[in-house]
Design a protein around this ligand. Structure first.
Ligand SMILES: *Cc1c(COP(=O)(O)O)cnc(C)c1O
Length: 244
């Protein structure tokens, strides 16, 4: 079981490497994030002990449970799931350094007030719904700039870039449009030179589409299945409004 995880990591690293090479990119520009939803802490630990450093959960409850086991192994925690305001306090106890799924002002304001009390800051990415699927979270592409401007004034939140989940489609060109849109929005925001807003990170691409994402400029790819195997729950359990 542990050998399989290590082999899978090597395969993914090779894919990243090849995609970078084909696109004239430096592999050091692309961070591999392990999406660990539904994966038991013991299996995540194998990846961390093999040298992986960046992991992310989708649900605060799972994050809490696994953090108890994983905190002894050095790693960086991001959060990539839909975040309810009543879960923020628990999330802040788990040493999360970046929330990639910030998609609404009300959540940002609540985060800000709790962070102020604790006198600390956190990195955030703005999640954009680039696929126009109703089932997916994320701010509408037309509203990203306004949201970024609003969040920029909340000094505990340090905006580092954008995140998206691409369309689920076998049509590479349709998926590519999602990633291009995210990149275009990033460029628009950079041009605005908004104070306190950094835009270096583009978190996009998963097991099935990481090559396309790297071609389009991803700096963080989020991989679950290709490393830990198929999940028992369908992703709608994590991504749909109804079930979260
Ligand atoms: C599960 C998940 C991933 C990883 O998806 P895989 O197809 O298993 O690689 C990436 N991003 C988010 C937000 C996820 O929930």
């Amino acid at each position: 079981m542990s050998e399989e995880i290590l082999k899978n990591i090597a395969v993914v690293q090779e894919r990243i490497h090849n995609a970078c090479k084909e696109n004239g990119r430096n592999p050091n520009e692309v961070k591999l994030l392990l999406a660990t939803k539904t994966v038991p802490a013991e299996r995540v630990k194998i990846a961390l002990q093999a040298g992986q450093t960046l992991i992310a959960e989708n649900k605060v409850q799972e994050l809490k449970e696994k953090y108890e086991v994983l905190k002894e192994v050095g790693h960086t925690n991001h959060f990539i799931g839909h975040l309810q305001t009543n879960k923020i306090k628990d999330l802040l106890k788990c040493n999360v350094s970046c929330i990639q799924s910030l998609d609404r002002l009300q959540l940002a304001e609540k985060l800000h007030s709790l962070l102020q009390l604790e006198n600390r800051t956190i990195e955030v990415l703005i999640q954009v719904n680039t696929s126009h699927e109703e089932s997916k979270f994320g701010v509408h592409p037309n509203s990203v700039i306004e949201l970024v401007q609003q969040i920029a004034s909340l000094k505990t939140l340090r905006i580092k870039g954008l995140m998206t989940i691409g369309l689920f489609s076998a049509e590479t060109e349709e998926v590519r449009q999602c990633f291009r849109l995210l990149k275009d929005i990033q460029q628009e925001i950079i041009a605005l030179k908004i104070p306190d807003v950094e835009m270096q990170e583009l978190s996009m691409g998963m097991s099935g589409d990481l090559e396309t994402a790297i071609t389009e400029g991803a700096t963080i790819i989020r991989v679950g299945t290709a490393i830990f195997g198929q999940r028992m729950y369908s992703d709608s359990y994590y991504w749909n409004e109804r079930t979260s």
